[in-house]
Design a protein around this ligand. Sequence first.
Ligand code: HEC
Ligand code: HEC
Ligand code: HEC
Ligand code: HEC
Length: 453
Amino acid sequence: MRKASNFFLFRVAICASFVILAPLLSAQNEPIKYIGPGSCAATSCHGSVKPVEGSRILQNEYSTWIIKDKHSRAYQALTGDIGERMARILKSGAKAEEAPKCLACHALNPPQDQRGRAFEISEGVSCENCHGPASAWLGPHTTRSWPHEKSVALGMHDTRNIIHRTEKCLECHLGTKNKFVDHEMIAAGHPDLYFELDSFSAVMPRHWKVPRESEPGKPVENAAWVGLREWSTGQAVQLRAAMERLTWRAKFERYDKKEIWPEYSELSCFACHHALGPAKDSWRQEHGYAGRRPGDPAWNSSRYVVFSLLAKQVDSATAQDLERQLAVVSGEMSKLNPDRNTIVSAATAAAPLAMRIAERLETMQYEQAIALRMLQSISDDAENIALADERAAEQATMAMDSLYIAYSKEAKPANAAEVRAAINGLFQQLENPSAYNADQFASALRKIRPLLN
Ligand code: HEC
Ligand code: HEC
Ligand code: HEC
Ligand code: HEC
């Protein structure tokens, strides 16, 4: 790990001088530029060691990022053994830490003309990767009563908006046609990408106040429902992004114009990567292969299976339309040689439907009853989820976790410890995905149903 303390002091010194300079720069109508995380690190800005009492924000965002957040070490992932070996296997001709293909997600790497000052590429995924280039708003945003909207107009990314926030995370955690992780990279050693906004925000960990302090005209939201809103909205945005990804893949729109179809990382990993044993012990053979020819790898439906239960509850008409399109996607992608035009048309139709539901989920009122209904319906659908895919089981587990945290935050049920243990049991079943057993998972998930009251 980097020597955080020295680095820290050094940054504090740079920042103080820059804050004074910034308004001058933007006054000259310079193009908006990236200026690096050091510009945010002053103790009186975001570099306090502890949260500052009475402040609207925590003010220790920089310290949280540099000490606890893996994003600050994302560049080091490239220089480690696995990263370097990946670069060799992929014959990229450059070391991983010099390959734009890798830096696109592992660092702040804007084109030269958007670099405001000499910041270090080795600082990894930093403030401006998520918050947008800061040269124009850095100065003014430190003044009292400066509204968030003005910063957004000057290039700040609107992470307050949960839809925009999730889109930003997914650029790297799901990929775009300009930066992606495909099966070739996975086979070379890259972890598979999966995401869930609420769980991932907690692991990050969050460097912002939850709930946000009241804004004029808006009531403070109960913290329990913030997590629920993030989980549910994140699910919808994720499905839309997955449909967009499938579309550009089917259209061969990768930036490097390589034509790969079907792209294995769109399929269920464990259709191909599971352990073999005696026929009598195979849960796959026991259940057959609904909707596909035996032996054809299935589509990875994990971004839809759990979400579909939620969609039905909040907007049943749109959910039905979505289901129709997703049935086409799923059926076609679960063939050995899926028809690209069929996929493009169904995925293109599905994306705006997912977005419509995202907008609804972002603004609707949440309450305990919704969390309970979702917990129940996931548990009721145990078999369908478990058989879909190990990744679907993983989404269901993260969902149960997020939902139960929200559900039990206000009034702790008497059997909360028992439910918690049962959810932890689900996580344990996912530890060795190649040995995943759908029947065991379904049975454990179903057992949670009577514990919910
Ligand atoms: C689309 C964005 C994206 C691209 C492009 C990308 N990565 Fe990653 N990488 C990620 C994400 C996100 C993670 C963390 C995954 C997780 O834990 O969920 C990660 C994790 C890793 C890890 C594991 C780190 C750890 O702490 O365990 C290594 C090693 C790695 N990447 C190397 C590379 C290399 C080498 C390249 C270029 C060939 C590359 N990555 C390109 C997004 C990307
Ligand atoms: C991986 C993405 C990511 C990185 C990296 C990141 N942030 Fe954030 N930050 C967020 C998200 C998401 C939020 C919560 C949404 C919001 O309040 O805007 C947030 C919230 C904040 C807030 C609170 C805003 C408010 O109005 O309540 C501050 C201040 C902040 N970040 C500063 C920083 C600083 C300084 C850095 C770098 C040291 C940084 N962030 C790095 C994603 C990130
Ligand atoms: C610019 C690309 C980028 C963006 C944007 C981004 N991430 Fe990441 N994230 C990464 C990379 C790369 C890693 C892997 C770092 C490592 O392990 O060294 C990572 C790792 C993580 C991890 C740690 C995962 C693990 O296995 O421990 C979490 C949690 C996470 N990101 C959450 C988020 C959230 C939440 C957002 C949006 C608010 C977000 N990220 C936005 C690139 C990004
Ligand atoms: C259609 C079948 C298929 C699908 C689906 C598939 N893979 Fe693979 N994978 C392969 C084959 C074939 C190899 C090459 C194995 C070899 O040469 O030993 C491979 C290699 C790998 C390797 C390297 C093997 C090793 O021993 O280290 C990893 C890791 C991997 N895949 C992960 C995944 C992940 C994660 C997914 C889902 C996102 C996935 N695969 C989806 C067929 C598949």
